[in-house]
Design a protein around this ligand. Structure first.
Ligand SMILES: Nc1nc2c(ncn2[C@@H]2O[C@H](COP(=O)(O)OP(=O)(O)OP(=O)(O)O)[C@@H](O)[C@H]2O)c(=O)[nH]1
Ligand SMILES: [Mg+2]
Length: 174
């Protein structure tokens, strides 16, 4: 049986997983967002409790199935379910988070503990919110487990930039 082209967006709360899947899915998106019990202090008012999903065709190719994980640890039981059979992951992190490097290590560990064969590309959002942000500094500070992974900045609200990340992941898989 042909393996489906399944990819997953992972990462902490508020990095832009649901946003990225929302801009990709013109053919319809499944979202399970509910109002947040506690605001994150920004514009975000909802959080994912189960999954996001969109099917997207890039360059008239076969449909790619893109799933988004909930960021909250409370819903960690969804991680192995959604990662099952996935070819690769985009790990989203926020440029304006003081915990960027810590979250990177934590999420690489989570992902590798579920599937150590996953292709991973790191996509950093919210670079516009951190004037001091330097992708070079981030690359240098990455934990050993992430040293060889491709790192990009992108805006999850911009479809072209989200597609670029997916293409980068496809290249990584080969
Ligand atoms: N300024 C800025 N805002 C962004 C960028 N990328 C995404 N956002 C915003 O950041 C927020 C991200 O929210 P979500 O997409 O719900 O985040 P999530 O990763 O799905 O979070 P959980 O489902 O709670 O884990 C939204 O308000 C987006 O509009 C960016 O690059 N810059
Ligand atoms: Mg979400």
């Amino acid at each position: 049986m042909e393996k489906s082209l399944k990819f997953v967006l992972a990462g902490p709360v508020g990095v832009g997983k649901t946003t990225a899947i929302g801009v990709l899915g013109d053919a319809g998106v499944i979202s399970t967002d509910v109002p947040m019990t506690q605001s994150d202090g920004g514009q975000k008012t909802t959080t994912t409790v189960a999954l996001d999903f969109a099917s997207v065709a890039l360059d008239h190719g076969p449909p790619l199935f893109i799933y988004g994980l909930p960021g909250q640890d409370h819903f960690s039981f969804m991680r192995p379910i959604l990662l099952h059979g996935a070819l690769g992951v985009i790990l989203l992190l926020r440029a304006d988070s003081p915990d960027l490097i810590y979250e990177c290590s934590r999420w690489i560990e989570i992902l590798r503990s579920i599937d150590d064969q996953l292709a991973i590309v790191i996509g950093i959002t919210h670079a516009d919110r951190n004037r001091d942000f330097s992708i070079q500094h981030v690359r240098e500070a990455l934990p050993n487990a992430a040293r060889d992974l491709p790192v990009f900045t992108f805006d999850a609200r911009d479809r072209d930039q989200v597609e670029h990340l997916i293409r980068a992941l496809l290249v990584t898989i080969g």
